[in-house]
Design a protein around this ligand. Sequence first.
Ligand code: SF4
Length: 511
Amino acid sequence: MPQSAERVLDHASLFKEPEYEAMFEAKRETFECPHPPDKVQEVADWTKGWAYREKNLDRKALVVNPAKACQPLGAVFAAAGFDGCLSMVHGSQGCVAYYRSHLARHFKEPASAVSTSMTEDAAVFGGLTNLVDGLANAHALYDPKMIAISTTCMAEVIGDDLNSFVIQAKDKGSVPQDFPVPFAHTPAFVGSHVNGFDVMVKAIVANVWESMEGDPTPDGSVNIIPGFDGFAVANNREITRMLDLMGVEHRLICDVSDVFDTPTNGDFQMYAGGTTVEDLKAARDAKGTVSLQQWCSEKTLEMIADTGQQTEALHYPMGVGGTDRFLMAVSAMTGQAIPEALELERGRLVDAMADSQAWLHGRTMAVFGDPDFVHGMTAFLLELGVEPVHCLSTNGGPAWEEKMKALLATSPFGKDTQVWARKDLWHLRSLLATEPAEFVIGSSHGKFLQQDLGVPLIRLTFPIFDRHHHHRFPTLGYQGGLRVLVTVLDAVLDKVDRETEETGISYDLTR
Ligand code: SF4
């Protein structure tokens, strides 16, 4: 074998060694009953045609490679955004390993969450004992200020009742009676991580507000709900910076920017930063609440509106128009003017867009991801003169589709765009094979479309597993707009270089 202590090979080189090549070939022949390569190629080509596309789009009972995750992942992400909050997922252990690894692979940071570790006996008799013991262990071992419970498929299928279980656990002394244990049912077989985020934020806010006495006394401040955002580390800081420049008293409801960006200083921090209980109490007296992602906060905003607060739901405020709408919403709520410093930033972004406009005008792109991301990204592409060909969201529904169509109708660049709600990445493969776009914007999962169809992937949304540290730079606000512009432009100019380098004609130093 070529691997040795003196010469350690990475798997990419190791698996090209003849021993491994022979082993893979033997495996194919012995276990995979392979069809002849020309037949495989023939079928692969057929699946890129219109006839297969029709069948694929007709598909009802099967999802292939959905661009979404299950509800509890969103709940775990949400719980991480509160000070000293430990996420506990009631269900099987493997699910929680998946949420932790998914978040850790994206943020390159440890992601903490515990499980009630249900196994066969709990699946038959119910998970009460697991939850009673789990709460006691988690409280004793990890010293949290709050434990937020969500559920996996298994607990939901058998109908475990978290409200009753938490009451019984407290009665049995797992945690003190006054210890906060917000909980949210997050059945993974409906909705997606954006719904899980929503119900967990609502549960945590409600848990604090229900313990408060008296009526709210509005004070002129605003609450911001960032939503499920893979770029939250930088975006939350960018939103805070802009609001500080405006002189607006504000707080984020769910802030993961510190816990997913802890420094290496010799101390492991299981909890870092996050919205405090004091912040949440003050949030009840805010003049209003702005959600940066409507589809991540529908239930939470409903509850907040019931207290008499103004609410505003945006769609991931990217680019000039998106950031304008965010700042104007805050300004309208608080009466604070938008300062000159932010006007300058706006002007610089517009200047950069104008400088590069010739390279972007008329370029064609496809976008996939969460409903708010696709809306915000598409709005920015239209500002840049890019023509979106396909906009696809597995967890976007009919209401999202309507909003997308209304957005596209505002620009001539959107007149031929097709919107695909509830479709997956196998659908997108068919769509791009038959009606191509020059680029696809989405998460790392798009790299297989790149491999299969040769359409370059621009990574601008969660999860990004195969590139590092993108989430440390904002995508929201005018500064974020600059970064998104540069990312898109780099992909376009790299393609221009690839297309011209062979002949040398127009392989220019200056673009
Ligand atoms: S879909 Fe169900 S089984 Fe799969 S990770 Fe989510 S909760 Fe667990």
